[in-house]
Design a protein around this ligand. Structure first.
Ligand code: B16
Ligand code: MG
Length: 226
């Protein structure tokens, strides 16, 4: 029996990856680093400070900044990102997600959030989805970021759910690794993802029928192993 679905936010509920990109691109350019779409892909699901480290590494500038300078750079990026978030509204919810949340709710299945973003509460608010989530793991309390399973396990605990009875949905490779390490069943959204129990091309394909089918397969596989 499926107890809960635990969603990543950026790239699954709404597409803020391009807003992160615009903000990082302008801050990186001021440091003399030009980042492209490929670098942006590698930042998905990664925390703000870890993203800055990756950008500095890509630009060959590791070790050139003090901790205080790095905190200031990250906060400059966040100010620009938050300003861009002003454009978000209910119409920014990715296709199929609003109806899926309604369906899960009507079936009594728990709905959780496992986002690395410290801006997650504000984003859910802007999308008009705050009340749809039974529990949101607090990224500020997480010590090990994805691919560590900590945030997904925190969401399961907050929902009083058993990981093996939950499905996690992610658009980042680090996120799929985190779900798999937590013992949950994984669904990946995106053409290039590997290792997910089910991989879909877009959120439009994330229907209740597919979710129920995946859980049935998983239950059968568990029964055969017993
Ligand atoms: P913030 P997710 C992640 O969100 C983003 O994918 C990642 O690009 C970002 O660096 C991270 O949140 C932190 O975001 O700077 O807003 O705290 O995909 O885990 O929902
Ligand atoms: Mg994501």
């Amino acid at each position: 029996m499926l107890q809960a679905l635990i969603f990543d936010l950026d790239g699954v509920i709404t597409d803020t990856a391009h807003l992160h990109f615009i903000a990082w691109q302008s801050v990186a350019a001021e440091l003399g680093i030009q980042i492209d779409e490929e670098v942006n892909q590698s930042l998905k699901g990664i925390s703000r400070m870890a993203s800055l480290e990756r950008i500095l590494q890509f630009g060959g500038k590791v070790g050139l900044f003090s901790v205080a300078e790095k905190v200031a750079i990250a906060s400059r990026k966040n100010d620009r990102y938050v300003a861009l978030l002003g454009s978000l509204g209910p119409e920014s919810i990715l296709p199929g997600i609003a109806s899926l949340l309604d369906e899960l709710r009507s079936r009594g299945i728990g709905i959780g959030l496992a986002s690395a973003s410290l801006n997650a509460p504000g984003i859910l608010q802007a999308l008009g989805l705050t009340a749809m989530f039974d529990y949101c793991a607090d990224a500020s309390r997480i010590t090990c970021s994805k691919p560590d399973p900590e945030i997904f396990l925190a969401a399961c605990a907050g929902l009083s759910a058993t990981p093996q009875r939950c499905i996690g949905v992610e658009d980042a490779q680090a996120g799929i690794a985190a779900i798999n390490a937590s013992g949950m069943v994984s669904i990946g959204i995106g053409a290039t993802l590997t290792d997910a129990d089910l991989r879909l091309n877009s959120t439009e394909e994330l229907t209740w029928r597919r979710i129920a089918g995946l859980m049935e397969l998983t239950d059968r596989a568990t029964a055969v192993r017993r």
